[in-house]
Every structure is written in structure tokens, then in C-alpha cells.
Design a protein around this ligand. Structure first.
Ligand code: ATP
Length: 710
């Protein structure tokens, strides 16, 4: 890099020599100019060729791209600028080209090198980051983000049309203000003065009206986009396998769903809006400002690359900090929601102080990052203001000399100043928007990462037979939880059978693999080896909805959702009548429980069923399973909180209609009634048979019963 910089300095020196030689030649030949625009272009092209040769010699024929860009700018920037000046403000006398002037001689090399530095430090820096992390391919992500606006194309066209109309009106306001100021002094007719005031009022009104319409439509479009994205993301999340939710906490997922989606929509939409508005405004203002004074315009434009370098440095640092803040926010949210949802445990262990300390530490961490971000922002703001101040001083000096040589009127200077501030603001806004959008790329990548995630579960089949017997067979099933090491399987080559109309019990010490069997049977996980068959067909051959309706699971701590009792019982069912619900409740002696509640089936169960007792929740969960009329019922400690009478009624009911019943229980009283008992230990089936057979065998089942009894 140092070699390139040294070569760049030599090229700049050589360029100054060439420029001086040109002027010296013109002076010697007695020409006051270089022969109009054609001459300027001819000299520019010749300079480009000579500089290119010089650079090739300097770099042994392999000039780096940055030096090629510098040479092209040195040769062609001045002719391009002169042509622009000629087109926007044609001189009254025949154009002869720029006169020999030290400012012009230095301005070319200075602006060319500045442009190269901005390009290198700004744009290529971002390109390098993209190469390192292809996921953060900003352009690809932003283009994809814009595609989500497709359904709102009509609204967007309307919003952008109003935006452009508003900007056009906005641009003309200072021009008419300057005109009115000039009329205050001169001998202008009153009608002319009022005409100018009328024009000013009209463009001001137009600006207000169009800006209002633009803002309103953008907000509506943004709200629609947010709704669409959240719906899509929530839909994708719901498709994911259970292991995904073990890996990603509910706090961080809900933060992605709400804060991140909001942020990405807002940033992209509002920045696109602000960028288009500022770019159009800048373009129009530039034309008017060049007409007023090209010297002052040039000084205004020098501010931009300087600000771009500053902004780029600031973006690099603040992007990293913003990502850290996002992660910290998700963590804090998770921490708080965990504590609030587990408030009973927290209170019973008197852990409020510990939880507060933990939360405070997390807040401190967040505070430290925000403090650093604040310091960077303050330093950046100060430097930016100093640069703007320096440029302003230079402008005032130049304006004084222009006014004293009658090249600029006071009204035009006022107009220029009225343009200058918004112009700098526009340029700053463009840079800010680019920075903001770039810093949101990380958030967009994360959200798209979730949207693109393919669930790691087998595709559902089409089977939905009218009649199901309910015979379940585990054939050499081996299973290890995705988060467990491969040498710690939860089930090792397990083979078992559940017969229709019979009650099978899974027993064994804690960690033996009972719940894992149930989870596989409910297809919450897929086994790595072996197969589970329902009436001879692998489970995934059945339709998803049909399968979960026919194979019902009632667990020890059933999850209820906020809403009425009836909503929880009918959960997920479309055509369930209140009669069916009542019938199911009566079958398990739950009608007395429901009539005790204030609004019976319309009683609100509270968040996660918090207003019901554990036994009440278990009974509701049993009714919820029964209204689906399942053929296979799995009771995983599902009656542990019920009294003996109700337990008996539940078992009677589930065993009716020839259902297959699988019971997981630690209370061996329940197990004794089972037709078949399977003893699971250390992920394997150790022994099986009826209660009497296993007792007579005096094996593991017998010993467990003895241990519990003693
Ligand atoms: N979600 C999980 N992720 C990783 N490992 C798990 C998970 N759930 C259970 N395990 C492990 O799998 C093994 C079997 O657990 P499982 O819950 O099936 O036993 P269990 O017989 O039902 O125990 P308990 O009677 O205590 O409920 C245990 O070693 C356990 O640590």
C-alpha cells in the first residue's frame, strides 16, 4: 500500500509539472486560453495518455487499479468539469477555456486524489468485508428485501411520485426567496413583487402537500410490509423442528420477530425514501447553485468526500457496536422473560436478589456498549462540524471577493446560502442512509437466515385412513438427541409393541428413555436408526393433522394458552361443538369441576393456564385429547395430580372403544393395572411382561418395586 501511495505522489507531481508546462507554453505562444472546449478535451486526453505511460513505467507495466483510476481522473476531470460548467451556465462571450490560474492548476490534482481516497477507503473497504463474509452480501440482501415490497408497487409509485413533486417544490423555495429579497431593494413594480410572493406561496404549499402525502403513503406501505414479513417469519418458525427451539431461546426468537423485522423494514423503507429525496434534491440544487456561482458550489462539494471518509470510519465502528447492542438486547429480553415466567420458582427460592443482580449485570454490559457508541458518535459529530465550519469560512472569503467584483448579487448570495445548508444536509443524509442501511445488513441477514431455514424433519405423507386400529411397533429404534454427544444415546435399538385395546406401561429409573420413546412416537424428533410403525406404516407416511389427531399425548404439565377453557379444549379443531366438549368432560367426571368455575367453559384460564390448579390443568388436557377421538393415547404422568377416583375414570374412558394406551408412570399402582409392562433402563429395554410375570421373575422391575416400597 505504501508503494502505491508513493507512486501516487509521483504521479501527482508529474501532473502539476504537465499543467505548469501547458500554461508556460500558452504564455510563451502568447495565447490567453487553450482554444475552447475542444482544446480542453484534447489536452485532457493527451495528459491522460502521458500519465498512463508514466505510471506504467513506474510500476513495471503492472499499474494497480487505484493508480489507473487516479490517472483517468487527473486527465478527464478538468474537461468534464469545464463541459458541465459550460452547459449549466453558458458564458455570454465565446468560450475560450479556463485561463491560467494557480487555483485551477491545484484543484484538479487535489479533487482527483480526494476522490481516489474516498473510493479506496469507502467503497472498496465495504467490498472487502463482503468477501470475508458472503452472508453479508449487502447488495444481494437489499435487493431481496426490496422484492418484499412487490405487493405495494402501486403505493410505492404514488409515494415516490409525491416525493419527487415535493422535492421539486422544495428546491424552488430558496430561489423565489432570493428573488423576493432582490425585489425589496430595486425599483420593481408592486404587481411584479406580489407575483413573486404568489409563486413563493404556491411552491411552499405544494411542498407541504406533497411531503405530507408522501409521508403518509410510506408509513402505510411500511406497516403492510411489516405485517407481511412478520407473518412469513412466524410461519417459518412454526415449521421448524423441536431441536431448533432448544437451540434458540424464545426471547431471542421473539426479538428477531418483533424488533429486527421492525428495524429492517423501517431502515430500508425510510432510507430508500430519504435517499431518493436527498438525491433528487441534491441534483436539482446543484444545477441551481452552479448557475449562481460555480466557485462557491465547488467549495460546497469539497465537503462531501471529506464527510464520506469520516462517515465510513464511523460506520465501520458503529456497525460492530450496533450488532453487539442487538445481541445484548435479545439476551436481556430473554433473561427478563425467563424470570417473569418462572416467578413462582424465583419466589419460592427467594432468588429475587440474585435475579436482580443477574439482570443488572446484563444491563451494565449493555450500558458499556452504549457508552462506547455514544463516545464514537460525539467524536464523529465534532469532527464533522469542524470540517463544515472550515468550508463555510472559505466560502465567505470567496463570496466577499465575488460580490466586490460584481459577479454575485446579495440576493443570489442569500439564495446560495439558503441552498447551501440543505445541500450539506442532503449529502449528509445520503451518507447517513447508506451507513444506516449497511449497519442493518447484519439484522436483515439474520432474519433471512431464519426465513431460508429448511426444517430438519421428514416430509409428511398423505395417509389418512378412515379406520385405524392403533397398533404401534418400534423396530430397532436408536436415537440420540441432536444436542447430545453421539456416544450418549437416549435409546439403543429399542423394539416394542403396543396392542390396540390394551394398556402398555413404560417404567424404569429416571433418565432410562421413557419420555424419549413418547417424543419419538409423537414425531417431535426423528430416530436416527430403525422405524416406528402405526398399523404397519411408518409414522411420516400419515398426514400431519390426521396423525396428531389420532395419536394424542397428555403430559404431566400440559401447556394451556391464554383464553377461555373452551378455546383450550378445542385448540386446533375446526368443527368441534360444545356438546362434544361437554360429553368428553362428563366421561372423565370433569363436569363438576367446570360448573364450579365462574363462567364455566368461557372462564379465562390466564397466562399459561396460571389460574387453574395443576390437577385442573391435567383434567382439561385429558378432555382436550378426548374431543379429538384419538385411537392411540399416551399418558405421560398425565394423571399424577388426580385423585384415585378420577384416575380410575380416566383410565376406564381411555381404554374404551379399543384404543391403544401407553402409560408412563412412576406410581407403580397405576402400572400394575397395565396389560403389558416394559422396563427401560439406560436407553434399553431390560425386561417386559405382565405385572405378575415380572414380579415372579424377580428382576429389575421387582427390585424397583421393592426399593419404592422400602
Ligand atoms: N431435550 C434433550 N436434549 C438432550 N438430552 C436429553 C433431552 N431430553 C432428555 N435427554 C437425555 O436423554 C436421556 C433419556 O431421557 P428421558 O427423558 O427419555 O428419560 P426418562 O426415562 O423419561 O426420565 P424421567 O423418568 O426422569 O422423565 C437422559 O440421559 C436425558 O439426559
Amino acid at each position: 500500500m505504501n508503494e502505491v501511495a508513493a507512486c501516487g505522489c509521483f504521479i501527482l507531481l508529474f501532473d502539476v509539472v504537465l499543467g505548469s508546462a501547458q500554461w508556460a507554453l500558452l504564455v510563451l505562444l502568447g495565447c490567453s486560453s487553450c482554444g475552447g472546449l475542444e482544446g480542453v478535451w484534447a489536452f485532457g486526453a493527451a495528459k491522460w495518455a502521458i500519465l498512463h505511460l508514466f505510471t506504467s513505467k513506474l510500476t513495471d507495466g503492472k499499474p494497480p487499479a487505484v493508480l489507473c483510476r487516479l490517472v483517468a481522473l487527473l486527465g478527464l476531470l478538468s474537461p468534464a468539469f469545464e463541459s458541465g460548467r459550460f452547459l449549466t451556465a453558458p458564458p455570454s462571450e465565446p468560450y475560450t477555456g479556463p485561463n491560467p490560474d494557480l487555483n485551477v492548476l491545484l484543484l484538479g490534482p487535489m479533487s482527483s486524489s480526494l476522490a481516489c481516497v474516498v473510493w479506496e477507503k469507502g467503497l472498496s473497504g465495504q467490498r472487502k468485508t463482503r468477501k470475508v463474509d458472503p452472508k453479508l452480501d449487502a447488495k444481494r440482501l437489499l435487493v431481496r428485501m426490496l422484492k418484499y415490497f412487490k405487493p405495494d408497487t402501486f403505493y410505492l409509485i404514488a409515494a415516490f411520485s409525491f416525493l419527487i413533486l415535493g422535492v421539486v417544490c422544495d428546491t424552488f423555495i430558496p430561489l423565489y426567496q432570493g428573488k423576493v429579497i432582490d425585489m425589496l431593494r430595486g425599483q420593481v413594480l408592486q404587481s411584479g413583487f406580489f407575483y413573486a410572493i404568489g409563486q413563493l406561496t404556491l411552491v411552499s404549499l405544494g411542498s407541504a402537500l406533497f411531503s405530507g402525502l408522501r409521508g403518509g403513503i410510506f408509513m402505510c406501505t411500511l406497516a403492510r410490509l411489516n405485517k407481511r414479513l412478520k407473518h412469513l417469519l412466524f410461519h417459518t418458525l412454526l415449521q421448524q423442528e423441536v431441536h431448533f427451539f432448544e437451540q434458540n431461546s424464545s426471547g431471542s426468537l421473539s426479538s428477531r420477530l418483533h424488533s429486527d423485522v421492525d428495524r429492517m423494514g423501517r431502515t430500508v423503507a425510510l432510507n430508500a425514501n430519504a435517499m431518493v429525496r436527498s438525491t433528487v434534491k441534491t441534483g436539482l440544487m446543484l444545477v441551481v447553485m452552479l448557475k449562481l456561482s460555480w466557485e462557491l458550489t465547488l467549495l460546497t462539494c469539497i465537503e462531501m468526500p471529506l464527510l464520506a471518509i469520516l462517515q465510513n470510519k464511523y460506520i465501520t465502528v458503529s456497525k460492530e457496536l450496533k450488532d453487539q447492542i442487538q445481541d445484548c438486547q435479545a439476551k436481556n429480553k430473554d433473561l427478563a422473560s425467563q424470570t417473569i415466567s418462572g416467578i413462582r420458582t424465583v419466589r419460592s427460592f427467594k432468588a429475587e436478589t440474585d435475579e436482580l443482580k443477574r439482570y443488572n449485570e446484563a444491563l451494565e454490559q449493555m450500558c458499556a456498549i452504549k457508552r462506547r457508541s455514544g463516545i464514537y458518535s460525539a467524536v464523529f459529530g465534532l469532527t464533522r462540524r469542524l470540517v463544515s465550519l472550515g468550508i463555510k469560512v472559505l466560502m465567505l472569503v470567496q463570496a466577499r471577493s465575488l460580490i466586490s467584483s460584481d459577479q454575485l448579487s446579495i440576493g443570489s448570495l442569500v439564495t446560495f446560502i439558503l441552498y447551501q445548508k440543505p445541500m450539506s444536509n442532503n449529502l449528509r443524509e445520503i451518507l447517513y442512509c447508506v451507513g444506516e442501511t449497511m449497519s442493518t445488513v447484519g439484522v436483515i441477514a439474520k432474519v433471512f437466515g431464519y426465513l431460508d431455514r429448511t426444517p430438519q424433519c421428514k416430509k409428511d405423507g398423505e395417509l389418512a385412513p378412515e379406520k385405524l386400529r392403533g397398533r404401534i411397533v418400534f423396530q430397532n429404534v436408536s436415537f440420540t438427541y441432536p444436542s447430545s454427544p453421539p456416544d450418549k444415546p437416549a435409546l439403543k435399538s429399542v423394539s416394542l409393541e403396543l396392542q390396540p385395546g390394551k394398556m402398555t406401561a413404560l417404567v424404569g429409573p429416571s433418565g432410562g428413555g421413557k419420555t424419549s420413546c413418547v417424543s419419538l412416537l409423537k414425531r417431535l424428533y426423528e430416530p436416527q436408526q430403525g422405524e416406528i410403525l402405526l398399523d404397519g406404516e411408518p409414522l411420516h407416511h400419515y398426514q400431519h393433522k390426521y396423525f396428531h389427531q389420532k395419536v394424542a399425548l397428555v403430559s404431566q404439565n400440559p401447556v394451556l394458552f391464554s383464553g377461555s377453557l373452551r378455546y383450550n379444549i378445542e385448540y386446533g379443531l375446526k368443527d368441534c361443538t360444545i356438546e362434544t366438549v361437554k360429553e368428553a368432560a362428563e366421561k372423565v367426571n370433569a363436569d363438576d369441576l367446570i360448573s364450579e368455575l365462574e363462567s364455566e367453559y368461557d372462564t379465562d384460564v390466564g397466562e399459561c393456564g396460571g389460574q387453574l390448579s395443576a390437577g385442573q390443568k391435567q383434567r382439561i388436557a385429558i378432555i382436550r385429547a378426548l374431543v379429538r377421538d384419538p385411537q392411540v393415547i399416551i399418558l405421560d404422568e398425565a394423571t399424577s395430580k388426580l385423585d384415585v377416583e378420577v384416575q380410575h375414570a380416566v383410565l376406564q374412558e381411555v381404554l374404551s372403544c379399543g384404543r391403544t394406551v401407553l402409560v408412563v408412570a412412576h406410581q407403580l399402582k397405576t402400572v400394575e393395572k397395565a396389560d403389558h409392562i416394559i422396563f427401560l433402563e439406560k436407553a434399553e429395554v431390560v425386561e417386559e411382561g405382565t405385572h405378575q410375570e415380572l414380579m415372579a421373575k424377580r428382576g429389575r422391575y421387582y427390585r424397583l418395586k421393592e426399593e419404592l416400597f422400602s
